[in-house]
Structure formats: structure tokens, C-alpha cells
Design a protein around this ligand. Structure first.
Ligand SMILES: C=CC1=C(C)c2cc3[nH]c(cc4nc(cc5[nH]c(cc1n2)c(C)c5CCC(=O)O)C(CCC(=O)O)=C4C)c(C)c3C=C
Ligand SMILES: [Fe+2]
Ligand SMILES: [Fe+2]
Length: 363
């Protein structure tokens, strides 16, 4: 018997309903929705920390100014002028549902997608989850590392929107989660082996490229993102047995100083040193504009100009079984079903404002 997504299995009548809410950024559906998507993004106080009366007109201005160049970038992907992020997240959601329903037999687990800046938006997801009437709600960001600009922003939006049933558990972050690290290390190792095989004798540097954030968020606001990205990189480099690697930051926007070194500078440096490059996303878990356009096309051209050869890119982990099973384990652990830490693989109190600390104390 095949069940429609979300239909309850008859032999799960006594099981608990567990809603897993996947947070992600969201992306436009097509060229026409690029501007309102950008407006939503820049109108988020987590992205531009000004009061609403100044932020909203500024967001409108930036969205207008950025529209044409962003549309041109989105048009370079095979996603109808929009972002593939929703489709990619749907695949992850389906894989996670399968893994979780196998891991928690007797329960009814269903995941929902809550995008921050484009549909399905967080408040739409909150309505769907409430209508389903869960006993438990697990909030699971598709961002391994916690940032005020991503996970915290989604958590605030969720808390403002959700008025349904169920006890909530929050997986704030999982920078060192075994399945995530192993899936990422496996991808790096495969590309590195390909580079060495096809370019024998050529020294290769692995560049770990994370989405940047403004430096003042780390120094002023105590954003733990950089520290957590560094923790992921150290673990992946060790698991993949790397000798020459560097963490760098991509996607800089606006006039502020962002975390560095920048990925473009790191590519140029590799060219000067006569190195080939294997580049891997390290803060994204799916393919979208920042991997398919920025890493592959823009930085691919830069690498060519800088004499970097080969320039190979590691795919995002997507639905890699190691990654999905790792997430499923984190969800089960957050529910106290496996492992010994009821609050799950949280930030271990490093991020004091994190809701996982309150949940840990309340457990
Ligand atoms: C680790 C994940 C991300 C962090 C941290 C992050 C911070 C951040 N982003 C912007 C501005 C933009 N981001 C854009 C796209 C985008 N960003 C992330 C993830 C993180 N952002 C993803 C997954 C995507 C892709 C969405 C898609 O449509 O495929 C964009 C839009 C694209 C563009 O115009 O370049 C902007 C703008 C800021 C300012 C920021 C931190 C302050
Ligand atoms: Fe971004
Ligand atoms: Fe936490």
C-alpha cells in the first residue's frame, strides 16, 4: 500500500505524531519573484540591523538595485529563472521522512519545510503543522552551523508564527555531527582522488568555502557561526586526511567588512602558488545559486584566469545517506529516543541564547 505524503498509517494508530520542521532560506520561483524574495531577505532585522522605518525603505531600494543582476544569476541555473532550493529541500525532506519512519517505528513522522524568505514561508508551514496536530515538534535547521542571520532568524519567525500543539525540541546546530562530517569528508576525498588521478604530481589545495557574514556580528553580537564553521572544517579535514586546506568565505554583500579570507582571494593565492584547487561548500547542505552559479561559474572563471588547474567542486551533501541518517539520529536523540543527551547535539551551551539550553533545563 502506498501512502500519500503525510497520511497516517493505520498501524500507527497508537504512535505519536512527530512533526519535523526543516528551516531553510528559500529562493524565488521564477524571475518575477526575485525582487520580492530579495526584499524579504533585506527587510529581516537579522540581516540589516536597523529599525523598521529605516530598514524597510532600504530593503526596497536594495531589492530594486539588485533585481536585474540577481535575475541574470538565477537564469544561469536550470530552474525556470528561480532557485532549485525548494526542489532540493523536498528531496531531503522525503529522504528524512523515510529514514525517520524506519528509525521510529510505531510513530508517525512527517517533515515540513519552513522557508525564511520565500514560499513555503514559515507562517504557512506553521499553519500546516498546527493543522496536522503533532504531539512533538522538532525544529531542524538545514544549516549545520548556528548563525543569528539564519537559524536564529528562522527560530524567531517560527516562534512568532506557531500556535499549534506539541512539545517543541530545537536542534540548534550540528557542526560536528558524525553523519554530516563523514558525508562531507567522503565528497572531498572523492574529488581529491579524482584531481590526483587526472593530474598526477600536481599539488592540490582543498578550499572549504562557507557563506560569509559581516565580521561585526561575530565580534559585536557573539554570533557563533565562525567558530562552528571552523569546528566543522577541522573535523572534515581530519576525516578526509587532508594536508593542504584553507577555510574561506564567499558571497559577500554590501559595504561592511565580512569574515575572511574571501574565497576569490583564496583562489587567486592558489593560482600564484601553482596549485590546483578542490573547492567544497562547508555551510550549505544542498545545491542552489551559491554553489551552482557562484562556486561553479563565477569562481570557475576566476580560477581559469588565475591559472588554477584543475578547479574541481565537491557537490553539496544533499540526500547522501550518511547525512540523512545523521539528521534522523539527531531528531531521534532530541526526542530522547536514542542516546543519552535528551537535548540532542546542540551547541553544548556555547551559544547562551540558544533555545536548546532552555529545553535542556526544562527536560
Ligand atoms: C550558511 C548559510 C547562509 C548564511 C550565513 C547567509 C547569510 C547572508 N546572506 C545574505 C544575502 C544573500 N543570500 C542569498 C542567497 C542565499 N544565502 C544562503 C545561505 C546563507 N546566507 C542560501 C542558501 C542562499 C541561496 C538561495 C537561493 O535562492 O538559491 C542572497 C540571494 C542571492 C544573491 O542575490 O546573491 C542574498 C542577497 C546576507 C546579507 C547574509 C548575512 C548577513
Ligand atoms: Fe545568503
Ligand atoms: Fe544550542
Amino acid at each position: 500500500m502506498t501512502l500519500a505524503r503525510g497520511a497516517s498509517s493505520p498501524n500507527r494508530a497508537n504512535g505519536r505524531r512527530i512533526a519535523v520542521v526543516l528551516f531553510n532560506l528559500g529562493g524565488p520561483d521564477d524571475a518575477a519573484t526575485v525582487k520580492p524574495f530579495l526584499f524579504n531577505l533585506f527587510n529581516d532585522p537579522a540581516i540589516i540591523g536597523l529599525p523598521g522605518f529605516a530598514r524597510t525603505p532600504l530593503a526596497r531600494l536594495i531589492a530594486s538595485r539588485r533585481e536585474a543582476s540577481a535575475q541574470a544569476n538565477y537564469a544561469q541555473m536550470d530552474a525556470g529563472g528561480g532557485s532549485p532550493l525548494k526542489a532540493e529541500t523536498t528531496k531531503q525532506m522525503d529522504a528524512l521522512d523515510a529514514a525517520l519512519n524506519a528509525l521510529l517505528p510505531g510513530d508517525d513522522v512527517k517533515s515540513f519545510m519552513a522557508m525564511r524568505y520565500w514560499h513555503p514561508l514559515t507562517d504557512e508551514a506553521a499553519i500546516d503543522v498546527a493543522a496536522w496536530g503533532p504531539d512533538e515538534v522538532v525544529l531542524l535547521p538545514l544549516y549545520p552551523q548556528f548563525s543569528t542571520t539564519t537559524t536564529e532568524s528562522s527560530l524567531k519567525a517560527w516562534n512568532a508564527a506557531y500556535a499549534g500543539s506539541g512539545r517543541t525540541r530545537t536542534i540548534c546546530c550540528y557542526p560536528g555531527l558524525d553523519g554530516w562530517v563523514r558525508a562531507q569528508a567522503e565528497g572531498v576525498r572523492l574529488k581529491l582522488d579524482e584531481a590526483v588521478r587526472e593530474h598526477p604530481g600536481k599539488p592540490i589545495r582543498v578550499l572549504f568555502s562557507a557563506h560569509g557574514i559581516p565580521e561585526k556580528l561575530v565580534t559585536g553580537k557573539g554570533d557563533p557561526y565562525q567558530e562552528q564553521v571552523e569546528a566543522t572544517v577541522a573535523r572534515v579535514a581530519e576525516a578526509a586526511g587532508l594536508s593542504d586546506w584553507l577555510l574561506c568565505y564567499q558571497s559577500r554583500v554590501g559595504p561592511l567588512k565580512w569574515l575572511g579570507p574571501s574565497t576569490p582571494d583564496a583562489i587567486v593565492e592558489a593560482g600564484k602558488a601553482g596549485l590546483g584547487v578542490v573547492i567544497t561548500p562547508i555551510a550549505f547542505v544542498s545545491e542552489h545559486i551559491e554553489t551552482l552559479v557562484e562556486l561553479d561559474i563565477e569562481y570557475g572563471e576566476l580560477a581559469h584566469e588565475a591559472g588554477v588547474h584543475p578547479y574541481l567542486r565537491v557537490p553539496a551533501v544533499g540526500t547522501a545517506p550518511l547525512f540523512i541518517d545523521g539528521l534522523a539520529g539527531a531528531v531521534a536523540e532530541s526526542l530522547g529516543r536514542i542516546g543519552t543527551a535528551p537535548a540532542g547535539p546542540g551547541c553544548q551551551g556555547r551559544w547562551k541564547a540558544c533555545p536548546c539550553q532552555r529545553e535542556r533545563l526544562a527536560a
